[in-house]
Every structure is written in C-alpha cells, then in structure tokens.
Ligand binder design. Structure first.
Ligand code: FES
Length: 341
C-alpha cells in the first residue's frame, strides 16, 4: 500500500509530509519558516540542501540543492537551509534621490526601525499609492556611514510605474513600507574563492558582498566583474577604486569599452578561470545570470543567483526563451514578484 506520509527532516526537526507536497508546504505546515518569497521558482529564496532521501526536484536541482517551493516529497528525506533574518514589515520615509548615471538613481530611505539583512539579500519597497518593487540594499559608493539610512540603486525605466515616478510623484518625504529581507544569494562565510559578477544595478548586492568579504574575511580570495550596457552606466568607479586599493582584481566591462580600463567582453566571457574551488554569485540581467549559472555549474563551482526581472519593462522574446522551462512566468509584471534593476 502506498504510504500516505513520509518523514521529512528539516534542519534536524522531523515532520510528516504527504507525497507530492512541496518542501515549502511541508515545512510551513509544521510551522517551520523556510525562507521563501515568489513561490514560483524565480527568486531562489527557498533553495535548500538535500542531505539525503527522495524528492522530485521538478528540474530545480543544482548540485545538492533544490527549490523548496517547487520540489516535491517522494519519500523520506532530509533537507537543510541557512538561517536568515526574519521577514518583517517596516514603515519608512524616502529621504533623498540623486542621479548617479544616465537612467540610474540612488535612493536613500530611512526606516522607523533598523532593517536586518544579509549582504546580497533584497527587500520589497511599496511607496504609498504605488505598486511594490524589489530592490537590493547597498552601501554608499564612498562607504560613508549614514546612521539609520538604507541606500538603493534604481534603474529608471521610461514610463515605469515606480521608477518613472521617482523625483515627480515620489519625492523625499514620501511614505514607504519595507518588507523583507528575501533572497538566497547572500554571502556565506566559506573558504572558497569568491567570484562576484554583476550587470547594471546588479552591482548593488555585489558591492555589499565585496565589502563584507574584504572587511570580514580579509584573507579570502575575491574577484569582481562589473558589467554594463555601455560605459556611461558604469557608475561604480569609486567602489572599484576602493576594491583595487585593497588588492581585489576588478574588471569593468561594457559593449563600448576602450579595451583597457573598460573591457568589451560580456561578464560571462571573463570567467574562464572559474574552477570547483570557487563560489560564484551573479546579479543583474536574467539572461547573463543564466549564462553565468550554466558556466559556473559546468565548471563545478558553487553558484548563487540574483536575477533582476524588470517589472517595468516588457521581457523580450529572447529573454523568455532563455528562462529554464521550469520557471513559471509571473501573471503580471506589476505583481511585485520580480526583481527590479
Ligand atoms: S520562493 Fe521558491 S524560488 Fe522564490
């Protein structure tokens, strides 16, 4: 007779799970808060390690990990996940906006209470009267400490419901709710060389991880690649100076690079050195993140992804076919379930 329940061990705690339950449903039914966000295979927040046993990974397996919101229980199994800060709602006020490049803005937001997040995670901002959008908290490029203020980098999309309103409908003093943090592509204290790759405002989470690594694990080998569509959008030169002054190799790339200070290759084309001794993080344009994911995994490296799905721009057909079939497209580009670069 088919078993009606299996034993699932989650971070050392045994729970009952029905065949076909997702790992996330099984965890939540047992009141274990397995980190999650989109529940549709996009955000990677729910990625867990399969220690042993049988699950149907639903096409989400990467090395020994699967996505908890899609993978289903097929037998007794054990999974683990890294502890992350608890997701909370926080009231806040937009404090400042300034242009840092063509169509690129820096936003300062002051929350009423401190928001705890790990370098590489993201939060959901809902400006009063506007749809929610996801952004990665980052550090100021000059690393000048601003007590109680969160910094974000935003790409402005023409006609964007939120990014297009920044500076007009949304001005300093505007009320905003911060929900989070989310995301699984956060810095772990490991010994492997760290390879951090960004495109566009994907540099926001990459910068926080680079700083945290340099200051927290100064002996850990680190390499950074920052790409942009064109050189005028490489807004991170001050950050690059800070990193290179500390011996970190940094490559900036853009399609119109001069070939010396700014290279012309795509970020993924600069990763021939990646080996099983590396852990690779990629943040930014989903098509590049996917290319880097495949490359890193084919070379046996650990990989963490933070793809920025643009809520305010229509996805190109090319981008849609690049997405693995396992991923479920969101019902609406305004649903706030996507990352905004
Ligand atoms: S919650 Fe599973 S990928 Fe987003």
């Amino acid at each position: 007779m088919a078993k009606s329940f299996f034993n699932l061990v989650i971070n050392g705690r045994q729970v009952k799970a029905r065949p076909g339950d997702t790992l996330l449903d099984a965890a939540l039914s047992a009141r274990i808060v397995l980190p999650h966000d989109c529940c549709s295979g996009q955000c990677e927040t729910c990625r867990v390690r399969l220690v042993s046993g049988a699950v149907d990974d639903q096409g989400t397996a990467e090395r020994d990990t699967v996505l908890g919101c899609l993978a289903t229980v097929e037998g007794d199994a054990e999974i683990t996940f890294d502890p992350v800060p608890v997701v909370r709602n926080n009231q806040a006020v937009l404090e400042a906006i300034r242009q840092i490049g063509p169509d690129l803005l820096e936003m300062k937001v002051r929350p009423a209470r401190t928001v705890t997040w790990l370098p590489g995670q993201y939060v959901r901002l809902t400006f009063k009267g506007y749809p929610p959008r996801d952004y990665s908290p980052t550090f100021p490029m000059d690393l000048k400490r601003e007590e109680g203020v969160m910094t974000f980098h935003v790409r402005r999309y023409p006609g964007g419901a939120v990014s297009g309103a920044l500076g007009s409908g949304i001005r300093p003093g505007h009320k905003v709710t911060i929900r989070g943090p989310f995301g699984n592509a956060f810095l772990r204290r490991q010994s492997e060389r760290l390879v951090l790759v960004s495109t566009g405002t994907g540099f926001a989470p990459i910068w926080t991880m680079a700083v945290a690594s340099v200051l927290g694990q100064p002996k850990r080998a680190l390499s950074v690649i920052a790409g942009a569509r064109d050189a005028s959008q490489l807004y991170m030169k001050e950050a690059v100076d800070w990193l290179t002054a500390r011996g970190v190799p940094v490559a900036m790339t853009a399609s119109d690079g001069d070939g010396r200070i700014v290279r012309r290759e795509r970020p993924s084309e600069l990763l021939s050195f990646v080996s099983p001794q590396d852990v690779v993080y990629a943040a930014g344009a989903p098509s590049q993140v996917e290319v880097i994911r495949r490359l890193a995994l084919s070379r046996g490296a650990l990989f963490h992804a933070d793809p920025f799905y643009a809520a305010e721009e229509k996805r190109s057909f090319a981008e849609m076919v690049m997405k693995p079939l396992r991923r479920i497209m969101p019902q609406s580009t305004e649903a706030g379930e996507t990352r905004v670069s």
